[in-house]
Design a protein around this ligand. Structure first.
Ligand code: PRX
Length: 649
């Protein structure tokens, strides 16, 4: 039996969603035709302290690059996520926290969350944190992480959340770049039944910082693991909180004041501090959360991401809380204690919407029907995916097993830089095609261009760009506006270049084909090949290294490393382990290479540029498609590389 390629809006959805097909088309048209009017209206979903009069002030021109939304308005993001819900919904659950160990969970009401955020905000002030200061957050998935983020927002400090899986070296680099003198952490976190030590990493990172002196580390003593507190520097979270008043008026912030920095990898250089500002970002995340997930108050919304990534920022914390939602925060991993965990959580907590990454779906799918065996799952109304292209097979498995063949799947395409979803179906409005992120959200003007920047019409394949701004767009690279311009606005004139390739079909649906730059997407984690390579060559045994991605059944892409060792160093099992561990310690476990191949030489042009195209083809077993190799300085290295590759297999 052939599988359907088009899934119409399911019958039970008709007339029950915020919008139907016609409604989407009309609202989308209006969002482009009267962009200012549309966004002026949408921004009213927030509580402004001083209403804005200017809606949009944007130029994508590389030498006059600026992006401003609602610029003369003022607001407080935390007050929008908390205070304004108190009068009528103070007792609603804001955070439904689900612990790593089955059976552990906690519901935190808006009133309780507000109270703790206010006290912690006062605690931060008592430590000398002021508006504009960058505060690093390196925490497990516990409610205090949300408290820390919102407390920063309340006092106008800029949070910089660093994924707790990153190494001390990576953490130090980010603290240095942000000149962050305060870090908030926990003694340890829990994942998959084990403790993951964090405070020790923070101690090491503080020692590694070169450009900034970290003065304070606030530590949540969360597990029983012993912790070494350094007097005068380290502060216990509980003690700090206990000493504070609950009264903490929210700081009046300009719409364009920075809300947070989040580091992400690009094709060159060190990770960039993507900067988002408050007014536009919250408008956009709140609006997308409502329409993409067709969210209704009282529903339980589970975005199974980590707060260390943009998905966690936008759809665990800011979007849902701005909408007064019940947001689920899950501490653990999808397969602990076994592969039924996700389904069990859905049933136990009667989850309405489940939003997870394709890599998790594929890992569960590898277990056949076991992950959902015996589960009811009838509470689920909608499914979502994010972070990487989803293969139709995984889409159908998710649809059948978790969606019982009835729930639509919203495949949302977006990026750290975009703040919220840009290409996405709306349930109730969009017929689905497995593997397609379908159509643009309101106000979004995507286009496909060829390599010369010519806009392609109709069904086509090319580079995905955005022709105009939206309120959730990043504003700059922290501390380096030139890099912002160079990275995103110099490839194609007056357009934001996403770094992704895409195809548009005859129905106007978009299909993301993956990155067209040197960025990897490994299990939904974004990594720059340059970053991995510079970590490798920093090892004394390594002369040269080149890193490429290759197709991987579960991770989407795997990490394939070619290494040329220094003369005198022999390839060995031990050296293999050493380099693997080196990458893990320099960057973090997510950078663990899948394959390391010894390469006596790398394919280079006569001017010395490594031809990655060739390395990618070899890694993917596509030797017959190497293309022209005659421009190589030494074409014979290719044969040697293929030879070594086949011996690895
Ligand atoms: O290549 C695209 C892929 O993830 C990249 C962005 O990664 P990051 O900034 O870490 O944000 C991930 C979460 C929003 C994009 O350039 N990507 C993201 N969502 C999708 C996707 N690729 C295909 N389909 C998606 N739905």
């Amino acid at each position: 039996m052939t599988e359907p390629t088009l899934y119409p809006v399911p019958g039970p959805y008709a007339g029950k969603t915020l919008l139907d097909e016609q409604g989407y088309l009309e609202m989308y048209r209006r969002s482009l035709e009267d962009s200012e009017g549309f966004w002026r209206e949408q921004a009213q979903r927030l509580d402004w302290i001083r209403p804005f009069t200017q809606v949009k002030d944007v130029s994508f021109a590389r030498d006059d690059l600026h992006i401003r939304w609602f610029a003369d308005g003022t607001l407080n993001v935390a007050a929008n996520c908390l205070d304004r819900h108190l009068a009528e919904h103070g007792d609603d659950t804001a955070i439904l926290w689900v612990g790593d160990e089955p059976g552990t969970s906690r519901e935190i009401s808006y009133r309780e969350l507000h109270s703790e955020v206010c006290r912690f905000a006062n605690g931060l002030k008592s430590l000398g944190v002021q508006r504009g200061d960058v505060v690093t957050i390196y925490m497990p998935m516990i409610p205090q992480a949300a408290v820390a983020m919102l407390a920063c927002a309340r006092i106008g400090a800029v949070h910089s959340v660093v994924f707790a899986g990153f190494s001390p070296e990576a953490l130090a680099g980010r603290m240095d770049d942000g000149q962050s003198r305060v870090v908030i952490t926990a003694n340890a976190g829990r994942r998959g039944g084990r403790s993951v030590v964090l405070k020790e990493n923070v101690d090491r990172a503080i020692a590694l910082c070169k450009e900034t002196t970290v003065e304070t580390a606030v530590v949540v003593n969360y597990t029983d693991d012993a912790v070494n507190m350094q007097p005068g520097r380290d502060v216990d979270y509980g003690e700090l909180l206990a000493a504070q008043d609950e009264d903490c008026p929210p700081e009046e912030m300009g719409a364009e004041d920075p809300l947070f920095i989040l580091y992400t990898s690009g094709s060159t250089g060190k990770p960039k501090g993507v900067l988002h500002s408050g007014g536009g970002y919250l408008t956009y995340t709140s609006l997308t959360h409502e329409y993409v997930f067709d969210y209704r108050r009282g529903e339980r919304f589970w975005c199974a991401a980590d707060i260390g990534w943009i998905t966690g920022h936008s759809y665990i914390i800011y979007g849902p809380l701005a909408n007064g939602a019940t947001t689920v925060m899950y501490e653990g991993v999808p397969n602990y204690p076994d592969v039924t965990r996700v389904a069990r959580i859905v049933d136990e907590h009667q989850i309405d919407v489940l939003y997870i990454a394709p890599t998790a779906i594929r890992a569960l799918m590898a277990e056949g029907d076991r992950p959902t065996e015996g589960a009811d799952l009838s509470s689920l109304r909608l499914l979502g995916t994010v972070g990487e292209p989803i293969n139709p097979e995984a889409w159908r498995w998710y649809h059948r097993n978790f969606g019982r063949g009835q729930c639509p799947i919203v495949d949302t395409w977006w990026q750290t830089e975009t703040g919220g979803a840009l290409l996405t179906p709306l349930p109730g409005a969009t017929a689905l095609k497995p593997g397609s992120a379908t159509r643009p959200f309101f106000g979004i003007r995507p286009a496909l261009v060829d390599n010369d920047g010519n806009i392609l019409e109709g069904a086509a394949e090319g580079n995905l760009v955005l022709l105009d701004s939206w309120p959730g767009q990043m504003r700059t690279v922290f501390g380096d506006h030139q890099r912002f311009a160079d990275t995103y606005f110099s490839t194609f004139r007056d357009m934001y270049f996403t770094g992704d390739g895409a195809r548009r079909d005859a129905d106007g649906y978009y299909w993301i084909t993956g990155r067209v730059d040197d960025v990897l997407n490994v299990s939904g984690h974004r990594m720059g090949t340059a970053e991995l390579e510079s970590a490798l060559v920093a090892h004394p045994a390594v002369a040269e290294a080149a890193v490429v991605g290759f197709p991987h059944d579960i991770k989407g892409q795997g990490i394939y490393v070619y290494v040329t060792l220094n003369s005198g160093v022999e390839p060995s099992e031990e050296m293999h382990r050493t380099l693997r561990d080196w990458l893990r310690s320099e960057i973090g476990p997510i950078a663990t290479p899948d394959v390391i191949q010894w390469a006596p030489g790398l394919p280079k042009t006569r001017s010395g540029k490594i031809m990655r195209r060739i390395l990618r083809k070899i890694a993917a077993d596509e030797y017959d498609q190497l293309g022209d190799i005659s421009t190589l300085a030494d074409p014979s290295v290719v044969e040697q590389l293929i030879d070594n590759h086949t011996r690895l297999a």
